[in-house]
Design a protein around this ligand. Structure first.
Ligand SMILES: [Cu+2]
Length: 448
C-alpha cells in the first residue's frame, strides 16, 4: 500500500525494541582489544554535477570500515566537529548487557552535541560476517555509515573455501538537496520525504547518471578466483535488487551470521540488511556491470546504480560493459522466491540457539498511518500527517534518554504500559485496514 513506502519503519520504530536490554552488568570491564578515533565532520562532495557539504566520519563517504574478529571489544572515540547532534549505532551488534553503547538517540543516550565527544565500548559476541554502523539522529545516517566486518576468531575459518579477496559493496542514497532539510520539511509538513536522486555503490552513482562516469567503482577480477562481496543496504528507504551480469552469486551469510549457502543470479536486500555473497570469476574475460535498483511500489527512486567488474588480462573490452537483467521494480515473485531460500546455517560449528521456552510473548504490528494535523492542513494524505507506529503507538521523543531515565529512576519520561499485543484484532496483512487502526495514539511507552 502507498503509505508503506513513506517512511523507513525500521529506524523510526526499531529503537523501541531495544528496551528489552534493560539489564545491566559491570562484568564487561575487561580491557578492549583496540581503540580508534573518529571525527564527525562536514566534507564537500561532488555528485550528479553539483557540489554540496555532507556529514561524514573522517571526511569519508561511505565511512571507514570497522574490522574486528568475532568476540572482540573495540572502543570508538567519536568527536563531533559538525554542527548537528549525532549518535552512532552499531547495527546488528547484539552487545548483551551493554546498552549504553548501542547508539539510538534519546533511547540509550542523549546525542553527542557539536564540539563534544563520546566513547563507544563495543562488545562483539556471536556476530560473524558483515554488519554496518550508522548515525542515528534525523537523517544523518544518509551519509554517516560504513561497514562492520567481523572475521572468524583467530584459529577458526569461514564455513566455505577462503575467498581470494573481498570487496565491501555499500549501497546508499544520494540526494541533491540537504538531507537534514529534507527530513525537517517532511516532519513539518507531514508529507513523505523527497525521494533520492541516485543510488550509489561505494559512494559512486555509476555510469547511468549525469557527470558520474569518471568515478564509477571498479573491481578487478582474476579469472578462476572467488571473491567475497560484503553487500550492505544503507539506502534510506528502498529495498533493492542487486545483480552482476552473467555471474551467479552464492549467498553464504546475512546480518552477521552464516546461512545455508545457495546459488542465485540476483539478491533482494532491504535497508539495514547486509549479505555475504561469493562470486567466481568464471565468465569470458570482459567488463560486466553490477547493478542495483529499487523493488518498490508507488513513490520511489527508479534510477539504477552500477559498478564495473573488470577481468584482468589481455582481451578486447566491449564498448559498454554487459548489463544484468534485473527483476522488475514490482516483481514480488522474485522477492519471495529469493527470501524463502534464506535459512540459518545451523551447523555444529555455527549453531543457532533459539530458546525453546520463553516467559513473555510480544505481538507487535508495524504501520505507517496518519494523524490529524491540528488546526492547519498537513501535506500527508487528505491533509493529515504521516505517522509511523508500533502496535498503534507512535513514539514520542523525550528530552532525557529512556535508558538514563530507567537507570536513574527519573519520573515522567516514559510509561510502562507498552502493550504485549494489539488492542484490536484484525487481518494484519490485508490490503485494507479497519479505520480504528489507521490513527495511532502517541506516547513514550516501554515494556520492562
Ligand atoms: Cu540500524
Amino acid at each position: 500500500m502507498e503509505l508503506k513506502q513513506s517512511l523507513n519503519l525500521k529506524y523510526f520504530l526499531g529503537v523501541l525494541l531495544l528496551l528489552n536490554m534493560f539489564a545491566f552488568s559491570m562484568a564487561n570491564k575487561t580491557i578492549p582489544t583496540s581503540s580508534i578515533n573518529w571525527v564527525i565532520t562536514e566534507a564537500k562532495y561532488t555528485r550528479l554535477c553539483s557540489t554540496k557539504k555532507i556529514l561524514t566520519v573522517n571526511g569519508l563517504f561511505p565511512g571507514p570500515p570497522l574490522y574486528v574478529h568475532k568476540g572482540d571489544r573495540v572502543i570508538v572515540n567519536v568527536r563531533n566537529q559538525a554542527k548537528y547532534n549525532i549518535t552512532i549505532h552499531w547495527h546488528g551488534v547484539k552487545q548483551p548487557r551493554n546498552p549504553w553503547s548501542d547508539g539510538p538517540e534519546y533511547v540509550t543516550q542523549c546525542p553527542i552535541k557539536p564540539g563534544a565527544s563520546f566513547s563507544y565500548h563495543i562488545i562483539f559476541s556471536t556476530e560473524e560476517g558483515t554488519l554496518w554502523w550508522h548515525a542515528h539522529s534525523d537523517w544523518s545516517r544518509a551519509t554517516v555509515h560504513g561497514p562492520i566486518i567481523v572475521y572468524p576468531k583467530f584459529g577458526t575459518t569461514y564455513p566455505f573455501p577462503k575467498p581470494y579477496a573481498e570487496f565491501p559493496i555499500v549501497l546508499a542514497s544520494w540526494f541533491k538537496g540537504d538531507v537534514m532539510e529534507i527530513i525537517q520539511t517532511a516532519l513539518e509538513t507531514g508529507a513523505e520525504p523527497n525521494k533520492s536522486d541516485a543510488f550509489t555503490i561505494n559512494g559512486q552513482p555509476g555510469d547511468l547518471y549525469n557527470c558520474s562516469k569518471q568515478g564509477t567503482f571498479r573491481m578487478l577480477f582474476d579469472y578462476g578466483k572467488t571473491y567475497l562481496l560484503r553487500i550492505i543496504n544503507s539506502i534510506m528507504n528502498e529495498e533493492v535488487f542487486f545483480m552482476v551480469a552473467h555471474h551467479n552469486l552464492r549467498v553464504v551469510g546475512m546480518d552477521g551470521a552464516y546461512v545455508k549457502p545457495f546459488k542465485t543470479n540476483y539478491i533482494m536486500i532491504t535497508p539495514g540488511q547486509a549479505m555475504d555473497v561469493l562470486i567466481t570469476a568464471n565468465q569470458s574475460p570482459s567488463h560486466y556491470y553490477m547493478a542495483a535498483r529499487a523493488y518498490a511500489g508507488v513513490v520511489y527512486d527508479n534510477t539504477t546504480t552500477t559498478a564495473i567488474v573488470q577481468y584482468s588480462g589481455n582481451y578486447t573490452a566491449p564498448s559498454t560493459p554487459l548489463f544484468p537483467n534485473l527483476p522488475n521494480y514490482t516483481d514480488i515473485n522474485a522477492v519471495t522466491n529469493f527470501t524463502k531460500r534464506l535459512r540459518a546455517l545451523a551447523s555444529k560449528e555455527h549453531p543457532i540457539d533459539v530458546p525453546k521456552s520463553f516467559d513473555t510473548e510480544l505481538f507487535m504490528t508495524i504501520f505507517v498511518g496518519t494523524c490529524p494535523c491540528g488546526d492547519t492542513s498537513c501535506s500527508g494524505p487528505n491533509g493529515t500527517r504521516l505517522t509511523a507506529s508500533l502496535t498503534n503507538i507512535s513514539y514520542e521523543q523525550q528530552e532525557v534518554d529512556i535508558l538514563q531515565a530507567y537507570y536513574k529512576k527519573i519520573k515522567g519520561i516514559y510509561t510502562q504500559d507498552f502493550p504485549s499485543k494489539p488492542h484490536y484484532v484484525f487481518n494484519y496483512t490485508a490490503d485494507d485496514l479497519p479505520d480504528n487502526v489507521l490513527t495511532p495514539t502517541r506516547g513514550t511507552k516501554v515494556k520492562v
